[in-house]
Ligand binder design. Sequence first.
Ligand code: GDP
Ligand code: IMO
Ligand code: MG
Length: 427
Amino acid sequence: MPGTVIVGTQWGDEGKGRFVDNLSERADFVVRYQGGHNAGHTIVADGQTLKLQLVPSGILHSRVTAVIGNGVVVDPAVLLAELDMLEAKGVSTAKVKLSGNAHLIMPYHQELDRATERFLGASKLGTTKRGIGPAYADKASRIGIRVQDLLDAGIFKKKLDLAVREKNAVLAKVYNRLPLDGRDIYESYLAMLPRLEPLIADTVFLVNEALRDGREVLFEGAQATFLDLDHGTYPYVTSSNPISGGVCTGAGVGPRAIDRIVGVVKAYLTRVGEGPFPTELFDEVGDMLVERGREFGTNTGRRRRPGWLDVVMLRHAVMLNTCTELAMTKLDVLSTLAEIKVCVAYEADGVRYEHLPYHQTVLHHVTPVFETLPGWRCDISTCRRFSDLPPQARDYVRRVETLAGVPVTMVSVGPDRDQSLNLDGAA
Ligand code: GDP
Ligand code: IMO
Ligand code: MG
């Protein structure tokens, strides 16, 4: 049975984690394929809130093997702390597997992330300062250190010494920062090995074997389509490939291993950090979305920038990811509005754009063309079937579905597990 991908269609924080948790009920494997602890995935199960950064969001289901794939960048101290947090909450982490090919985030990556953001000044990207960009840069430059390097202290020392010498030169001479102590890093990373070693596995083989044997495999995207290094609003992106195609490199499976691709779309839009945002709201409606939607970073606590749903972007995401369906979150957040706007096209310099303009200078200057739909103005958080929703809410979902060109199969009306509605066969 080929696998299912869950991918963000916007700028992240769509609520991927909650649908990964929902779909994990029937899964055998849940695999993270990119990103690192820049991700913050929240699951609310029976009133208990879990915030995950590295461990796949299927972890609450005891049948699930939770795989951190080769495409992920791993801060081992963060991973161990997350495992401790889960165990303390009574969640077993016995089935967590870590790819030996995953790259390690080192202290100098975090230091460089902070230093470069400061250096960029007004042109900063607004990163999470977790060292993600510098770690992927080292991977591409072939001076990265992989999880498996910890298994050979001699190799680890050799690679670390080289890296520290180069990074310290850059930190001191370019950014005027204090050098880092290579010995401290060496000792602290090797001290974590006894706990890490039992997790390390040949995850590519494990996942492919599972697929071959007809087991249910979910691939969990972090970040989202418009934060994709190649397809997002570069340079205001992350340094990995969250799009569904990223599963092939980040988990080590072929394209034929995937047959279901669920694009997660929030009923409105948010973005954290800098970059263009055509439907951004600076008024009280934006404040309401932030307040009712609790739009503050899971990870950094930053206020997320709010805006209306942008279907030009959504259509592009459906195309890039070849989404077979959409899952819409946070419909309940719109419940107080008399009118809801959806951006269906852009205009710039007298030109109408139905597709995302490839030239980003244009995207920075477009004016959104809105379609206005009536709101429902009542609480929908207790609805448990699609047919329980007021007609205006159903019409909103159906209109987005028509505009996006793929079916919406799931809708959520609150963060808790039982607040997601299945649309299979729903009128
Ligand atoms: P992710 O990064 O895509 O997994 O999303 P986050 O966890 O960062 O952000 C989504 C936030 O919205 C979390 O706090 C969720 O608990 C919450 N959430 C998810 N679905 C819903 C929903 O349908 N309604 C409401 N009100 N909150 C939701
Ligand atoms: P989840 O998985 C929202 C954003 C940062 C910044 C840019 C680059 O929870 O949806 P980075 O630290 O990755 O180099 O920062 O990407 N960003 C996210 N925004 N959700 C995320 O993850 C994000 N991960 C990174 O805010 O603008
Ligand atoms: Mg998040």
